[in-house]
Design a protein around this ligand. Structure first.
Ligand SMILES: Cc1cc2nc3c(=O)[nH]c(=O)nc-3n(C[C@H](O)[C@H](O)[C@H](O)COP(=O)(O)OP(=O)(O)OC[C@H]3O[C@@H](n4cnc5c(N)ncnc54)[C@H](O)[C@@H]3O)c2cc1C
Ligand code: FES
Ligand code: FES
Length: 1388
């Protein structure tokens, strides 16, 4: 009987030590779905479903019988079919510890080190670290680097995660350290740092030892000067300062003494039963589901038979490719064959010619084997292996490499495969077999790849082995890869290059080069350089032949055509230099040694252990130890987040009669709907109902957050791709999503199609314009000796909160009411819009928010495009309906930060004073008004940043386009507005040949100045932040060092940039500046607090507990916040504008004060009664122990753009940063070497949370200004959907040294307990990295004789950097002729 006709197997595996046997499992179900839905283990999170975020990381343990040892490895549960776990043990975050049974050290340390904000990434982080410790109880920081490449966090900026986990490594002493080489904790002492000259000097010396030895000399002197100024001068204001030593500064955000020791011997044991049943690992398996059969043969002959029977069957090992094709490319494969039990495919054999890997050997195992060979064999034999190892460092994340096989990469034959160019250039040989024709050998040469994702292996054949050859003495081999983000990213271009010389000569015997990313396949251009000498003429010939042989059409998929061609040439140049360097060692008299500059060009990126410090003011002497204000309290639910116990919407238990919703989305940007055919969807088993506009009264179908200009379901004309046309409601997610794909919509395109800002300007399609006018701009410009003009584009940004939109609508039944559990920052708006859609009063709808896995503005209003359809469905069907968007849907539907175009004109005197300024801002608002009008106005209100100018005008347009509606995002237009100004300042300074800092300082505001909207400034701390960051960063000395570095370095350039920021705090719409709170004191003395703000990771609930704790004078541990709910605190304002602590904190204070007033008589009567006694006495006396609180911000009026009057902001937050970067001029790659920030947060309510916001905001800003790039097709389709295509910063992208100080002695009388807002203000400081990059590029251009004053748009991607650096190679690929063909993507 053929295997596939045999009986169904029973799946046997272990989860957290418990044996599971499932005789009826669908092979299409992933491990993640199985854990979350069947086992209700919801700690493992779904962040992307495509292996790109690490939120679903679990540990797999397997018994290796041959070696008699248990292997542990991490994988992405979202990609692993659950049936692939047969005979294995799975450990999830719940399996290693809990708050009830005891925390694992990993869970405890990430929580206490403040490494968990929203917590959605935290279980994945915990499991990556846990797996590392199971393999290596004392890892190095480099190991950490390797294990965390596949984990993303959008909140923390990674620093606290690294610091928390550093305590497990060989780089730490007993516990965590601040990262400074002289950290007292590393020396086994408690922390006793006082910021003073000596210590800071030591630290900085150390850094320069690392970075550039030759800089030490004169820098110390300069630096001492600066530090002395800093410590002794007036900048210290009211801080205690005795002989340069401050005694109120701490850098201890947590006490490592609280960490329980890590004891590897206490780990949970491998299930012994798995050792006793070898057959589970070896038996044939058959799992059959409704659509897919999954077979696991145990011999090669069985595998070949199955392949002969089912030539269309997919062989699947890691499922990292097939899983993506099925989920995102609508592929169906009825037969899947798992070959991991076939000995020939899992063997590794050392042969005479090289190492032969079975095709199913995982990439991690390939790495391990090659590393062993590199360590054991002479260097010349393993040059190919070394290059592959280097490439594997940047291949996916650890979880991907643990699952994916070498054969899968070859057989997928993706044009951007990372291994194929190397294997092809190396001359790897493949053996393939089929049942009918037996074995044949294939050389991976230029004939192997036959088309896009096709190769010469026949459908009935199976790849059995891959032979990677040893290199020879006279042979050199290198690999290159350039991607958007260094770690865990697919290549833009990659290459393998090999040259062999005739023995003992410099004459080329053979050259093979292979490139990925340069066409539909891996390409092997024939350079015909054989017989040539390795000299500059060979370089020239090779370059020009490559140029001819690697053409790319302007519309080539992936875009970046000129950049990709330049990269190919740059890689060849680097290869040429590296080989010349090696030859010069062998033939010093024949081949010139590389100059220092040339050596720089050949350097590879190396792991650098990150460093950091965090400095903040301690609480005043005498503050009660129980009073938590000003102390670095841990996030209130950090422990629950680290153990997976924290509940997010999709973790809520399922109702018995619950249904699932899937959205039907528009696929055209501007088109009339002609007809909709949902018959196939309706006919699918399990589909309950399909909803469209016709199912809702027209008036109730209307919605929108400020203007009612949207529809819940589009009724007639779609105005963007990704608009909600319908909703399929079915018994489960899989059915609903499949059915939604079956709905057919016919459209007729409507003109005009407006996608870009330029399109909108052409069509005059906008809301607005609005203008703020101050002084006489025309006169100011006329009287100015110099008038400059410029233009800049700042790209948008995807929020990429780790938890996608998730909502659950539960009809109440009897009164037409609804409970809505929602991941929204704005419960009141959701309540109002749901009530309107259902045609009921607000009092029938309750919106409840426990927590969100990040929001950043993206869940303020856009969540309603998802919430409303399911509420309508739940109401009609009278059954609960749930939805959680897939990552690609979320990215398509919910809009982004606004892309902006800024135009400016500035008048400036020869001394650098601004006389007049005229600016125009155009934001791409998308297809509805949403919050765009306010975003543009905030950009306009922020355009002054920190500069004075008497005559100013700014005009703003919110461009109406056919893109998804763009929305709030941390900073709310402010960062874009400020960047235009800073671009203008920098270009004005360049024009005048003036120091950038000098022009800034000359025009810098001070207390007593007024803004361009006539708001007076008081308590302006910008100059203090500026001076302090100069001192902290030893800026002047490092600036000189950068200049010296650039003089001696042609192919790498550095830039260092000092940047100030100011951010207005309050909602500019007056009525929003209000908040409420509700406090219940129970008879046992415990307190339940509710306020109007939502928790999305920023620590708002923690701060509110701290406020209540101070006012009630009880420990924070006695106060609990359960959730935010519209039936507890009504009419709340969105948690946004960084203003939530200020608003809600005052409301909490108000409510708690009421309670305290009521308790006053009992305290007076019995002073020693204590809290519990007073509460009880009041209760017995029939006094209400429940109180509401309310606050409205005074002293502001909002700003009226018609009358140009008003005070929009309660106060301003200030900060300054210095960032140093290094740029590779040949590839466009950059590294952030160091960032120093000084931030004014007033008197911090909680320095750990505030520093967390500074670091997290800065890192998000780094993404905005240097990395993240949204790409849209000319037809308005978002091309960058998901972490595979859209790159947010990873662990390696943060500054290698990251120092944050909170400004001391800066109390703010306008907010709760003298604090200041923090969420948004620091984000803009990341543009210091952008401007530092531009400075580095300017240095490169100056050397090329190009104009160092140039337009440089944001983000500073590798493409922009490389192409702006110019040079001969870039010029070769630049086409001057106007291109009329349609590009792959457009700048929106
Ligand atoms: C998050 C993520 C990051 C990634 N990063 C990278 C990266 O940096 N660089 C890169 O190059 N790729 C990357 N990939 C792509 C993918 O991981 C690799 O191509 C991987 O090697 C595929 O291996 P697999 O075992 O998972 O393949 P599978 O998905 O199991 O199979 C892939 C294909 O190979 C065929 N196949 C497998 N074995 C055989 C065999 N023995 N005989 C015949 N056909 C066979 C299968 O039928 C299927 O068509 C990434 C993927 C993801 C999801
Ligand atoms: S959910 Fe699995 S990696 Fe993102
Ligand atoms: S804490 Fe990492 S994503 Fe929110």
């Amino acid at each position: 009987m053929a295997q596939d006709a045999g009986p169904m197997s029973t799946l046997v595996f272990f989860v957290n030590g418990k044996k599971l046997e499932d005789p009826d499992v669908d092979p299409e179900v992933t491990l993640l779905t199985y854990l979350r839905q069947k086992l209700r283990l919801c700690g493992t999170k779904l962040g992307c479903g495509e292996g790109g975020c690490g939120a679903c990381t679990v540990m797999i343990s397997r018994y290796d019988r041959e070696a008699d040892k248990v292997e542990h490895y991490s994988i992405n549960a979202c990609l692993a079919p659950v049936v692939s776990l047969h005979g294995l043990a799975v450990t999830t975050v719940e399996g290693i510890g809990s708050t009830r049974t005891g925390l694992h050290a990993v869970q405890e340390r990430i929580a206490l080190a403040h490494g968990s904000q929203c917590g959605f990434c935290t279980p994945g982080m915990v499991m990556s670290m846990y797996t590392l410790l199971r393999n290596k109880p004392r890892p190095s920081m480099a190991d950490l680097d390797e294990y965390f490449a596949g984990n993303l966090c959008r909140c923390t900026g990674y620093r606290p995660i690294i610091e928390g986990f550093r305590s497990f490594t060989t780089d730490a002493g007993a516990g965590g350290s601040c990262g400074r080489s002289d950290c007292c904790r590393r020396k086994g002492k408690g922390c006793d740092v006082k910021v003073m000259n000596g210590e800071m000097n030591g630290d900085t010396n150390d850094m320069y030892g690392d970075m550039n030895n030759d800089m030490n000399g004169d820098m110390n002197n300069d630096m001492n000067g600066e530090m002395n100024d800093h410590m002794n001068g007036e900048t210290n204001g009211d801080v205690n300062n005795v002989n340069g030593v401050t005694d109120d500064i701490s850098h201890v955000l947590y006490d490592t003494k609280e960490f329980q020791p890590y004891d590897p011997t206490q780990e949970i044991i491998f299930p012994p039963e798995l050792k006793l049943h070898p057959e589970w690992q070896t038996q044939n398996l058959v799992f059959r589901g409704p659509r897919v059969s999954y077979l696991r043969p145990s011999s090669l002959s069985e595998l070949l038979c199955l392949k002969a029977e089912h030539p269309g069957a997919r062989i699947v090992v890691g499922n990292t490719e097939v899983g993506i094709e099925v989920k995102f490319k609508n592929q169906t494969y009825p037969v899947l064959i798992n070959p991991t039990n076939v000995a020939e495919l899992t063997k590794v054999a050392l042969t005479k010619g090289g190492v032969a890997f079975g095709a199913s050997v995982t990439l991690s195992a390939v790495e391990e084997t090659l590393r062993r060979q590199v360590n054991a064999l002479p260097e010349y034999r393993t040059r190919i292996f070394s290059a592959i190892l280097e490439m594997l460092r940047w291949f996916g994340g650890k979880q991907i490499r643990n699952a994916a096989a070498i054969g899968g990469n070859i057989m997928t034959s993706s044009p951007i495969s990372d291994l194929n160019p190397l294997l092809a250039a190396a001359g790897a040989r493949l053996t393939v077999r089929s049942a009918e024709n037996g074995e044949r050998e294939i050389l991976m040469d230029q004939h192997f790849f036959t088309g896009y994702r096709r190769n010469s292996v026949r459908p009935e054949e199976v790849l059995v082995t891959v032979l990677i050859p040893f290199s020879q003495k006279s042979e050199y081999f290198l690999g290159f890869k350039q991607s958007r983000r260094r770690e865990d990213d697919i290549a833009i271009v990659n290459a393998g290059l090999r040259v062999r010389f005739l023995r003992e000569t410099t004459t080329v015997e053979e050259v093979v080069v292979a490139f990925g990313g340069m066409g539909p396949t891996t390409v092997l251009p024939l350079l015909n350089l054989e017989g040539r000498c390795w000299d500059s003429s060979l370089l020239e010939t090779g370059t020009s032949r490559l140029l001819q042989m690697l053409p790319l059409a302007p519309s080539a998929p992936g875009g970046m055509v000129e950049y990709r061609r330049t990269l190919a040439l740059s890689f060849f140049f680097k290869f040429y230099l590296s080989v010349r360097g090696r030859l010069s060692e062998q033939f010093p008299s024949l081949v010139a040694a590389l100059t220092e500059e040339e050596k720089e060009a050949t350097k590879e990126h190396r792991h650098v252990t990150p460093k950091s410090t965090q400095l903040f003011q301690t609480v005043p002497l005498g503050q009660s130890p129980q009073d938590p204000i000003g102390r670095p309290l841990t996030h209130a639910s950090a422990l629950q987040q680290a153990t997976g116990e924290a509940l997010y919407v999709d973790d809520l238990p399922r109702y018995q009669n619950e249904l699932y919703g899937a959205l039907v989305l528009s696929s055209r940007a501007h088109a009339k709907i002609l007809s909709i055919d949902a018959s196939h969807a309706r006919g699918m088993e399990g589909v309950e109902r399909v909803f469209f506009a016709e199912d809702l009264e027209a008036e109730r179908n209307k919605t929108g957050c400020i203007l009612t200009d949207e529809e819940i379901f589009v009724s007639d004309t779609v105005t963007c791709v990704g608009q909600v046309v319908g909703l399929v409601v079915a018994k489960d997610q899989a059915t609903a999503q499949r059915a939604a794909k079956l709905v057919r919509i016919d459209y007729e395109d409507v003109k005009p199609l407006i996608i870009t800002i330029q399109d909108a300007i052409r069509e005059k399609s906008w809301w607005g314009p609005w203008t703020i006018d101050q002084g006489d701009v025309e006169q100011g410009l006329k009287s100015s000796p110099h008038v400059l003009e410029g233009e800049m584009h700042v790209g948008g940004q995807e929020h990429f909160y780790l938890e996608t939109n998730a909502h659950l609508a539960v009809p109440r039944g009897e009164d037409g009411g609804m409970d809505v559990f929602s991941s929204t920052q704005n419960p009141t708006l959701t309540q109002q819009l749901v009530a309107r859609a259902l045609g009921v009063a607000c009092n029938r709808v309750t919106c409840r928010v426990k927590r969100m896995g990040g929001g950043f503005g993206g869940k303020e209003t856009r969540n309603n495009s998802v919430t409303l359809p399911i509420c309508v469905a739940a109401s009609v069907l009278n059954r609960p309906v749930r939805i959680m968007l897939d990552r690609d849907e979320d990215m398509q539907i919910t809009g982004t930060r606004h892309p902006f175009l800024g135009r400016w004109k500035v008048g400036v005197t020869k001394d650098g004073f601004f006389t007049a300024l005229d600016m125009e801002f155009y934001a791409n608002a998308g297809c509805s008004a949403n919050q765009s009008l306010d975003v543009v106005q905030k950009a306009m209100l922020s355009m002054d940043n920190v500069y004075r100018c008497k005559n100013r005008r700014v005009t703003g347009y919110a461009c109406r386009t056919h893109l998804p509606s763009n929305t709030a995002f941390r900073g709310f237009g402010g960062p874009q507005g400020m960047l235009f100004t800073e671009d203008m300042v920098a270009r004005a300074a360049d024009f005048l040949g003036m120091d950038h800092d000098e022009i800034r300082r000359k025009n810098m505001i001070d207390s007593g100045d007024v803004t361009h909207f006539d708001q007076p400034l008081d308590r302006c701390t910008i100059r203090r932040c500026w001076d302090d960051v100069i001192a902290q960063s030893t800026y002047h000395a490092r600036r000189e060092a950068v200049e010296r570095f650039n003089k001696g370095s042609k192919y790498r350039k550095r830039g260092i940039y000092l940047l100030p920021t100011k951010f207005g705090i309050a909602f500019s719409v007056l009525f929003l500046n209000q908040a409420g709170a509700l406090v219940h004191v129970f008879t046992d003395g415990s307190v339940l607090l509710t306020h109007g703000g939502t928790e999305m990771g920023q620590g708002l609930h923690t701060k509110m507990i701290q406020v209540a704790s101070r006012v009630l004078r009880i420990p924070a541990s006695r106060i609990h916040i359960s959730e935010t709910s519209t039936d507890k605190v009504p009419n709340t304002t969105s948690t946004a504008a960084s203003f939530s602590s200020d608003l809600n904190g005052m409301a909490v204070l108000n409510a708690c004060s009421t309670i305290m007033n009521r308790l006053e008589p009992y305290m007076a009567k019995n002073p020693k009664g204590g809290w519990d006694g007073w509460v009880k006495a009041a209760y017995l006396d029939r006094v209400s122990l429940s109180a509401t609180g309310f606050h409205k911000t005074s002293g502001i009026t909002g700003y009226d753009f018609d009358t140009h009057k008003g005070i929009p902001f309660s106060y301003f937050s200030y900060g300054a940063a210095v960032t140093e970067v290094e740029v590779d001029c040949l590839t466009g790659d950059h590294s952030v070497l160091r960032t120093d920030i000084v931030m004014d947060v007033g008197e911090s309510l909680n320095p750990a949370l505030d520093i967390g916001q500074v670091e997290g905001g800065f890192t998000q800003g780094l993404g905005l200004f240097t990395l993240e790039e949204l790409r849209f097709s000319p037809e308005g389709v978002l091309l960058t959907r998901g972490p595979g295509m859209y790159k947010i910063p990873g662990f390696q992208d943060i500054p290698r040294e990251f120092n944050v100080s909170l400004l001391r002695g800066a109390p703010n009388p306008r907010a709760i307990f003298s604090s200041k807002a923090i969420g948004e203000p620091p984000l803009f400081l990341a543009s210091s990295a952008f401007l530092a990059i531009r400075q580095a590029v300017a240095a490169a251009r100056a050397e090329q004789g190009m104009d160092p004053v140039f337009r440089f748009d944001s983000p500073a991607t590798a493409e922009r950097i490389r192409m702006a650096c110019g040079d001969a190679l870039a010029r070769m690929t630049t086409t001057d002729t106007a291109d009329t063909s349609k590009p792959w993507s457009v700048t929106v």
